[in-house]
Design a protein around this ligand. Structure first.
Ligand SMILES: Cc1cc2nc3c(=O)[nH]c(=O)nc-3n(C[C@H](O)[C@H](O)[C@H](O)COP(=O)(O)OP(=O)(O)OC[C@H]3O[C@@H](n4cnc5c(N)ncnc54)[C@H](O)[C@@H]3O)c2cc1C
Length: 491
């Protein structure tokens, strides 16, 4: 496929192609340019306008690389869920000039508290890490890592990304059915009969990725797919999640506080785990997972496959409405303040795929690593994938060959694969522990939530990477605890 013509970016031309040495996040010490490329070296097709796909689009936009995003939904969805962003991604979000807008819709988390079914506190994890010093002039800054871990409504975050991407580059209502992954280019066929062509294809279409399924089918026919990638996602339990309307602060005073204190309540007789996360706008994101949610007489498989229409939502709510909350009432109070269409079913599934790319197709986000929903890792890891992949793509030569794309994708996998695999495994162990019943699980949770401060800090220090886009002016790393270097692979 022929390289694309001049980029349509309107950025200042004096900032284009300014050769310099830069490689803070990639660790590759070859000369690279700064600012958007003056001629786009290729065109990327991005499938999916979720966190991964939109971030990919925005980062390519700033890199001067041509792209189009194909999204199956006719428009942005309702704000039903939240995502978590930490210093690892907020530093790059700041570099993209979005920090103030994102912090305006975010609620920083100061504490995660574990409670028994009767609300007795078992232990707490301090999530601010600011005991040493505190910047009162810029409250959004965290002294240890530079930024607080924050809860953000997913749709509001997506809206910010969309506002920075030219409208014609996001094509809504284009449901990708098939892909052709050839030596000279890629093609996507959509449900409405249209076909889109590009030089590379980025599958950012989530846990049930059509891109991945198409790619794997093709690889399986050629006997190239590892056995573990043929297995479906591992379904561990059922959950429902909801996002309340703004709550009355007289009744729920802590919900209006500047910091969010997240409560996790673990059931005793009835097997459930309830999560309550105050978010911006005086709302609470609530979620219940566990066997309690499997209605009598129905099997897990039935629940899993059933449509989650209004009646099913009412039935599921009836199963959990009597659970106590730390605010003195029951979950029925919060359900009463939640629009039915703001309640949704979540598959608590997990998997790390071994195959992230083949030919001119590459996967990012939940298409190649699915996290359990409460881990706070789904959006984070998707954004980290994007930063790594775009940094590598930015440095590709002007007329890249098929082989060069393959090398970039392999370098991306070598850098990101082990980190994502580890994150899936840690999240999975945490999720199992939070949902397990019995004395042994109670004891392990108690130990975890009462670990000495230095052990808790050490485990967070270890995962500080805070990467940047190589081609944009860097933002200061304000964290007193510097980020760790990620091993890189030269292309
Ligand atoms: C509705 C929804 C609710 C979520 N709720 C939570 C939550 O409560 N907690 C949590 O931790 N994580 C949640 N997640 C997942 C979390 O948002 C993701 O982990 C994170 O955003 C990174 O995902 P992603 O960009 O890889 O994929 P996603 O955010 O899943 O985005 C994938 C996008 O691809 C689109 N798409 C899928 N198939 C096709 C196709 N064939 N053609 C075109 N477009 C396609 C989808 O419509 C979607 O917009 C949710 C995801 C969604 C979609």
């Amino acid at each position: 496929m022929a390289p694309s013509s001049k980029s349509s970016l309107s950025s200042d031309s004096s900032r284009r192609y300014n050769p310099t040495i830069s490689s803070e996040s990639s660790g590759i010490s070859t000369p690279v340019m700064k600012g958007p490329r003056s001629i786009s070296p290729f065109k990327a097709l991005i499938v999916g306008a979720g966190v991964g796909g939109l971030m990919m689009g925005l980062c390519l936009e700033r890199a001067g690389i041509e792209y189009v995003i194909l999204e199956r939904m006719p428009q942005l969805q309702l704000p039903r869920t939240t995502i978590q962003l930490s210093a690892n991604t907020l530093r790059c979000i700041e570099q993209l000039g979005l920090l103030d807008e994102v912090m305006a819709i975010a609620k920083p988390v100061s504490m995660v508290r574990l409670r028994k079914h009767n609300m007795a506190v078992v232990g707490k994890i301090d999530a601010t890490y600011v005991k040493e010093r505190y910047d009162s002039t810029r409250l959004q800054l965290n002294a240890r890592y530079g930024h607080y871990s924050s809860i953000v409504q997913r749709t509001e975050f997506l809206q910010i990304l969309i506002s920075r991407i030219p409208a014609q580059k996001i094509q809504w209502g284009r449901y990708v059915l098939d892909i052709v992954n050839g030596n000279a280019g890629v093609q996507c066929r959509c449900a409405n009969g249209t076909i889109e062509q590009g030089d590379i294809l980025v599958g950012a279409d989530g846990a049930y990725s059509a891109v991945r399924q198409n790619l794997y089918k093709h690889m399986q026919e050629k006997n190239l797919l590892p056995k573990s990638d043929m297995k479906p996602l591992k379904h561990t339990l059922n959950a429902i999640i909801g996002l309340t309307n703004p709550l009355d602060l007289e009744k729920y005073p802590s919900v209006g506080a500047r910091f969010s204190e997240v409560d996790i309540v673990v059931g005793k007789e009835s097997p459930y785990t309830l999560w309550l996360s105050p978010t911006s706008g005086n709302r609470v994101a609530w979620s219940v997972g566990g066997d309690l949610l499997t209605p009598e007489g129905s099997t897990n498989a039935n629940f899993k496959q059933s449509e989650f229409g209004p009646e099913a939502i009412d039935a599921a709510c009836a199963l959990v409405e009597d659970l106590e909350t730390p605010w003195g009432g029951t979950l029925a109070d919060l359900i009463g303040h939640t629009r039915r269409d703001f309640i949704t079913k979540v598959m608590v599934e997990e998997k790390h795929y071994k195959t992230w790319h083949y030919g001119r197709t590459v996967l990012i986000g939940e298409a190649c690593h699915k996290f359990v929903p409460y881990s706070g890792q789904g959006a984070e890891q998707a954004i980290l994938d994007v930063i790594c992949l775009v940094n590598l793509l930015y440095r590709i030569c002007d007329n890249p060959s098929h082989h060069e794309f393959c090398k970039v994708f392999e370098a991306y996998y070598v850098q990101r694969g082990p980190i994502a695999r580890n994150a899936v495994s840690v999240s999975s162990s945490m999720s199992h522990l939070m949902n397990a019943q019995g004395l042994s699980a109670d004891l392990k949770r108690k130990i975890l939530f009462n670990l000495p401060e230095w052990i808790k800090l050490g485990s967070v220090d270890k995962i500080q990477v805070r990467p940047l886009l190589d081609y944009l002016p860097p933002t200061e790393d304000r964290g007193a605890k510097k980020s760790v270097k990620v091993p890189t692979s030269p292309i």
